[in-house]
Design a protein around this ligand. Structure first.
Ligand code: ADP
Ligand code: MG
Length: 162
């Protein structure tokens, strides 16, 4: 049941000084930080994160927008560990569209824009944060963003209570 998942605080989350607040939400929920760094990636790297799969699901135009968006500035990459971490982190993050993401979620609390607004402006939906969507994605993404030496196994106070 213990899983690892990847979170990225996207460039506008970093630029809006939301990093501390966002990390607090995961720590408060008992998720363990097992890897964390600030990285400014290039488009080649971005293509390995936003793979063809995105184009199939959301269209080629959205993928191209995303590739340019994620390289606008440095991101914070975080590997989190916990029970059902993939699903739990997605719950804390909220749905893709900030307009529909409920209050209490990161996307619902720190953004409000809609798909329609993004489409009209020809920009990606700016929703602060990325989180792996399933086990396959989590494995691929953690391996892409972190090498073995950057990931740590250790005990926190959380292990005492679980
Ligand atoms: P999520 O990030 O919730 O897993 P997806 O993987 O489907 O969502 O999409 C990746 C990212 O692409 C979203 O977080 C959002 O920034 C952007 N995006 C998705 N759909 C659209 C859209 N229709 N128009 C603009 N941007 C979009
Ligand atoms: Mg996704």
């Amino acid at each position: 049941m213990q899983e690892r998942t990847l979170v990225l605080i996207k460039p506008e989350g970093v630029q809006r000084h939301l990093v501390g607040k966002i990390i607090s939400r995961f720590e408060d929920a008992g998720l363990k930080i097992v890897g964390m760094k600030q990285v400014w990636v290039d488009k080649e790297f971005a293509k390995k994160h936003y793979t063809e799969d995105i184009a199939e699901r959301r269209g080629e135009k959205v993928r191209e927008q995303l590739l340019n968006y994620i390289i606008e500035g440095p991101v914070i990459a975080i590997a989190l560990e916990g029970v059902n971490a993939i699903e739990n982190v997605r719950k804390i993050v909220g749905g893709t569209e900030p307009k529909s993401a409920p209050p209490g979620t990161i996307r619902g609390d720190f953004a409000h824009v809609s798909f329609a607004y993004a489409d009209a402006k020809n920009i990606p939906v700016k929703n602060i944060i990325h989180a792996s969507s399933d086990e396959k994605d989590a494995k691929h993404e953690i391996k892409l963003w972190f090498n073995e030496k950057e990931l740590h196994s250790y005990k926190t106070i959380q292990d005492f209570f679980m």
